[in-house]
Design a protein around this ligand. Sequence first.
Ligand code: TRP
Ligand code: SF4
Length: 403
Amino acid sequence: MAISAKQRVLSGMRPSGQLHLGHYHGVLKNWLKLQNEYECFFFVADWHALTTEYESPQSISESVWEMVIDWLAVGINPGSARIFIQSRIPEHAELHLLLSMLTPLSWLERVPTYKDQQEKLSNKDLSTYGFLGYPLLQTADIIVYKAGYVPVGEDQVAHVELSREIARRFNYLYGREPGFEEKAELAASKMGKKNNKLYHQLRMDYQEKGDDLALEKAAALIASQKNISMGDHERLMGYLEGGGKMIFPEPQALLTHIPRFPGLDGQKMSKSYGNTIGLRENPNSVQDKIKTMPTDPARVRRTDPGDPDKCPVWAFHQVYADDGLKSWVQQGCRSASIGCLECKQPLIDAVLKEQEPIRERAREYAADPEVVRGIVSDGCEAARDIARETLEEVRSVMGLSYK
Ligand code: TRP
Ligand code: SF4
């Protein structure tokens, strides 16, 4: 895979109400790290939200800007990451349509989330065309930018896997232009005599001996060529790997292990369990929620010893407390030398302290909607430039560029 393509990261999030601390610790902190290492594109997946919320779409429009503000407030930096809205880039829809022509129905039917979600969201009618196509739309989102990495949670890995299969099928069907080998040879000669020779050597090492290092080196060599066209770049990559022209690189899921973030009741924090603390929830409300959190039921009276392992508050301390505080909790709880409210206070302080700068930045952005709109339109423009270019190429290889 070309190094240059690998360095683009893309991820989307459905706009579904205010983000909570689970989103922050699970997804956003990871995005913050990635934005410094890769060319990142983060987008609001409003069409994806519509596949399940089509009966009440106003919930989507209410969440879009709030979610963007949440991203900015935690530190997503528009100077290094692009932020855009899916429905503003019609090329996602066009590519989705074109990919639908070559997508076997069975590939979509066997994506595990299809049946799972239909069962889980049984209050909604999800026997729709759009819902079946959900992972194909996601494929279009990803490959329209030729993204190399897609940071996602465990539940989305199958979708990225589908996008790899679709990319491969597309390359197989449309990467076989007439005279491919001659064109690839010509492209190789454009790299200069020395590089041409090196390219052929590495290609042989890879194709005859399966030398992956040679593949990587050759990909880096191609990526470093400043004077060859995009088309030649793809020919050289395809020729190297032994196929046709590689129009879409195969994206990879970037599965960062995210420890499960606890909710107020000890289950995983999730909107559907009603056990969340909002990312920028009002401090009094945060305080009330933590103060009324359930604790180890064995501690009926203040003098009853408890077991932190049976207490949701302890799960939070494991995220927020340092070692000293943790052993204070352990000893104090087991010996009944501290009360539960006392135990909760440092947690309240830590959560409020974490939220303070986020709340403050969010306030600034919320007070200045024009700034937020501007960031998003810049992001849309940058995204659209890439998407347009990809679609031109796709139309051309699919025989749709009539002259
Ligand atoms: N399906 C993803 C989710 O529910 C959101 C999403 C849509 C996405 N398109 C994407 C994520 C493309 C990564 C890449 O979380
Ligand atoms: Fe939970 Fe702390 Fe009370 Fe122990 S002392 S039960 S850990 S809140």
